[in-house]
Write a protein that binds this ligand. Structure first.
Ligand SMILES: NC(=O)c1ccc[n+]([C@@H]2O[C@H](COP(=O)([O-])OP(=O)(O)OC[C@H]3O[C@@H](n4cnc5c(N)ncnc54)[C@H](OP(=O)(O)O)[C@@H]3O)[C@@H](O)[C@H]2O)c1
Length: 234
């Protein structure tokens, strides 16, 4: 499948690497190709090398503008910094996204007041809903945002059962996304479809707990397992 990945950070690189390994045809999008290739800053606070070094190990992955990557994708993935996702998607262009599945892995984290970050949108709205409102014809599916990039594509790095969530208005799009997630190794039983796109408020606000767990454990390879008992007898 032709997939456009918007974002050159550790999520964009990790998803691009995995999807290429699985035989998909990937174009990664950035604001400015020359600037991204010239960067010597490691990605993800040192978790991965600078983009041009990573690219040498992944020669099949093409780097292009956000608009070119979106145009390439039958499926498009938003892996841009949440505070800037609307701007990045505007650059990707409505015409290039029209009618497509947009997998939104971003989180609206606002680091302007330091760590832990705040959410730039919450309670009565979410970034996923802002994206869906901006592009009503795009089939937005929020998922993957609750786990670290390495866990996204290799859930077995965390032993046992643990969960991933889906939010979106289009049931067929969600089924297609589940197919991609199971190809990463997620067990279908561990994927919880929360419902329409407003349910993304829950997974985005979960980040308030995720960043504190990370602070406490000093290890990003963490996830939650939803354990369910019998309903109470009335
Ligand atoms: N890191 C993780 O493990 C993880 C896990 C779950 C969810 N997430 C979420 O996934 C998203 C990507 O995270 P990340 O750590 O891979 O990278 P990131 O540093 O949060 O985002 C990098 C991307 O954002 C783009 N960007 C930055 N400022 C922009 C602006 N003003 N206008 C347009 N685009 C802009 C960059 O464009 P250029 O390419 O042009 O520089 C780059 O492609 C975030 O929303 C994050 O919260 C991350």
């Amino acid at each position: 499948v032709n997939i456009g990945i918007l974002g050159t950070g550790m999520v964009g690189q990790t998803l691009a690497g995995k999807l290429t390994e699985l035989g998909h045809n990937i174009v990664v999008g950035t604001r400015n190709v020359a600037v991204t290739l010239a960067s010597v800053t490691p990605t993800g606070y040192g978790a991965l090398p600078p983009y041009h070094v990573w690219q040498k190990d992944h020669p099949k992955v093409k780097l292009a503008t956000f608009a070119e990557a979106a145009a390439h994708g039958e499926i498009v993935m938003n892996c841009t910094s949440g505070m800037n996702s609307l701007e990045a998607l505007k650059l990707a262009g409505e015409i290039n996204l029209d009618g497509k599945i947009l997998i939104d892995a971003s989180n609206p984290l606002d680091f302007s007041q330091g760590i832990p970050p705040m959410l730039s949108v919450s309670n009565t709205d979410s970034l996923a809903e802002q994206i869906q409102r901006m592009f009503p014809r795009v089939r937005v599916v929020k998922t993957l945002n609750t786990v670290n990039a390495f866990v996204m594509v290799n859930p077995s790095v965390i032993p046992g059962d643990h969960n991933l969530f889906l939010s979106g208005n289009d049931d067929e799009a969600k089924l297609d996304v589940i197919t991609m997630l199971t190809s990463f190794g997620w067990k279908a039983n561990n994927i919880i479809d929360l419902g329409d796109i407003t349910t993304a408020r829950g997974t985005e606000q979960y980040l308030a707990l995720w960043v504190r767990l990370y602070g406490k454990l000093q290890n990003p390879m963490l996830n939650i397992h939803i354990a369910v008992g019998d309903p109470p007898k009335m």
